[in-house]
Design a protein around this ligand. Structure first.
Ligand code: B12
Length: 346
C-alpha cells in the first residue's frame, strides 16, 4: 500500500503525540501543533473515527472536563488532533474492559501505561524458550504491510516448530503482541486483518497437510462462534489441534446463529460442538447462548467452550466444559475416546 498513488499515504496514527506530563494537552502544545495547520474535527467526524457517540462526547465534556473542544465559525464543536488521539486510546481501553470514570479523566501518558497488555505479552515472551525469539520480526512485517513476507516467515516457523509448536510458541504469543499493539494504538485494524488473513492461510495449509480424517474418525467435532464474536483465530487454532488428534472436524467459521449450529450438529452427527469466546463478547450473551445451545443439543453431544472470555469460568453453565487452554485439548480428546470406548486415531 505504501507509495500506491491510488491510496492516500498511510500516515501511521502512532506513535501517539508526545503526551504532556500530568494532564490532558493544554492550549500551548495544541497551538504549537496547530500553528501550521490548525486541523480540527467536527463532532460527527470524531464519532465516526473513534466509535464514540456524539452523546457520549457531550456527556464526558460535562462530567469529566474532557474532551474540551473549541468552537468553529458556526459555533460548532471543533476537536483538535490531540483530543482525537486521546479519545481513540480511551475507546481502545474501554473495549478492553476499562470503565469511563476510571480512564477519561486521566492524562495521556497514564492512559498509555494502562494499555497494560504489554506486560502480559512480554511476560509471556519471557517464559517462552528461544524458539520465539523472532516474534518482533513478524510485527515488523505486519507494520511494513508485507503480507507475502509475513506468510513466508510464518510458513518457515511452522516447518521449524511443527503444528502444535507453531500454535503454542508462535501464533498464541503473536496474537497477544498484535492485540497489545492495537490496544496501545501502535497497530491499525487493517493491519490486524492482514495479520489474521496470513495466519489463517498458513494454519489452513497446516491442517490440509495432516492425514485426512476417515468416515470412522471420531470424535466428530463441529467448530464455530456465536453471533457477536468475530474472532476466528482461536477456532482455527483449535481445529488444527483437533485435526492433529485425528478428529473429524467441520468448521462453520465465525458467527453462526445458535439454531443453525444445532442443525449443523445434527446434520454432521457431531460428538462435540467446540466454541470460541474472547472477552469482547457480552458476558450475558455468552451465558444465555450456552444455556440455550446446551438445552437444544442432544445430551450425548459435548459442548466445549474455549477462548479467553473470563465469563466462561465466572458463570459456569451445566453441561458445558470450559477449555481455555489448547494444550489441554489432546488429553480431553483421549478422555472422550476412553469414555466412548473408541480406539485412538492410529
Ligand atoms: C486478530 C484480532 C481481531 C481481528 C479478528 C479477525 C478474525 N477474522 O478473526 C479483528 C480486527 C476483526 C478484531 C476485531 C475486534 N477486536 Co480483536 N483481536 C484480535 C487479536 C489480535 C488476535 C486474534 C484472536 O482471535 N484472538 C482470540 C483467541 C485466539 O485468543 P484467546 O481468546 O486468548 O484464546 C486462547 C485460548 O483460549 C485458545 N482458544 C481459543 N478459542 C478456543 C476454542 C477451543 C474449543 C479451545 C479448546 C481453545 C480455544 O486459543 C487461544 C490461544 O491460546 C486479539 C488479541 C489476543 N490477545 O488474542 C484481539 C482481541 C481479542 N480483540 C479485542 C477487541 C476488543 C476487538 C474489537 C471489539 C475492537 C474494536 N472495537 O474494533 C473488535 C470486535 C468488533 C466486533 N464485535 O466486530 C480484544 C478483546 C479484549 C477483551 N475484552 O478481552 C483483544 C484481546 C485485543 C486487546 N488486547 O484488547 N480483532
Amino acid at each position: 500500500m505504501m507509495g500506491n498513488p491510488e491510496f492516500p499515504p498511510v500516515v501511521p496514527t502512532t506513535p501517539p503525540l508526545s503526551p504532556v506530563p500530568g494532564g490532558a494537552p493544554t492550549g500551548t502544545e495544541m497551538n504549537d501543533r496547530n500553528r501550521l495547520t490548525p486541523i480540527t474535527f467536527s463532532i460527527a467526524a470524531v464519532e465516526r473515527d473513534t466509535g464514540l457517540s456524539k452523546d457520549t462526547l457531550r456527556v464526558w465534556e460535562r462530567r469529566y472536563g474532557f474532551p474540551t473542544p473549541g468552537r468553529d465559525d458556526l459555533d460548532e464543536r471543533a476537536y483538535t488532533m490531540d483530543q482525537v488521539e486521546k479519545l481513540r486510546l480511551i475507546k481502545r481501553l474501554l473495549d478492553a474492559g476499562h470503565r469511563p470514570g476510571r480512564v477519561v479523566p486521566l492524562p495521556f501518558d497514564e492512559l498509555l501505561g494502562l494499555g497494560g497488555a504489554g506486560r502480559d505479552a512480554s511476560a509471556q515472551l519471557a517464559e517462552m524458550p528461544a524458539a520465539t525469539g523472532d516474534l518482533p520480526s513478524y510485527i515488523s512485517l505486519i507494520r511494513a504491510h508485507d503480507g507475502p513476507g509475513l506468510r513466508v516467515a510464518l510458513t518457515r516457523a511452522l516447518s521449524r516448530n511443527g503444528v502444535a509448536g507453531f500454535i503454542s510458541q508462535v501464533v498464541g504469543p503473536l496474537n497477544a503482541m498484535v492485540g497489545d499493539a492495537w490496544l496501545r494504538g501502535q497497530m491499525e485494524i487493517f493491519e490486524e486483518h492482514l495479520y489474521t488473513e496470513m495466519v489463517q492461510v498458513v494454519l489452513r495449509q497446516a491442517i490440509a497437510s495432516l492425514p485426512e480424517a476417515t468416515p470412522s474418525s471420531a470424535p466428530r467435532v463441529l467448530l464455530t462462534t456465536f453471533p457477536g464474536e468475530p474472532h476466528g483465530l482461536g477456532l482455527l487454532m483449535a481445529e488444527a489441534m483437533f485435526s492433529l488428534e485425528g478428529c473429524a472436524c467441520t468448521s462453520l467459521g465465525v458467527q453462526t446463529p445458535l439454531w443453525d449450529t444445532v442443525l449443523a450438529a445434527s446434520a454432521h452427527r457431531s460428538d462435540i460442538v467446540a466454541l470460541s469466546f474472547t472477552g469482547c463478547m457480552n458476558p450475558n450473551a455468552v451465558v444465555d447462548g450456552l444455556v440455550e445451545i446446551r438445552q437444544k443439543l442432544p445430551e450425548r453431544v459435548r459442548v466445549w467452550a474455549g477462548g479467553s472470555a473470563p465469563v466462561l469460568f465466572r458463570r459456569r453453565v451445566d453441561g458445558v466444559q470450559p477449555m481455555p487452554r489448547l494444550e489441554d485439548l489432546p488429553g480431553q480428546v483421549r478422555q472422550w475416546r476412553q469414555t466412548s470406548d473408541l480406539p485412538g486415531p492410529g
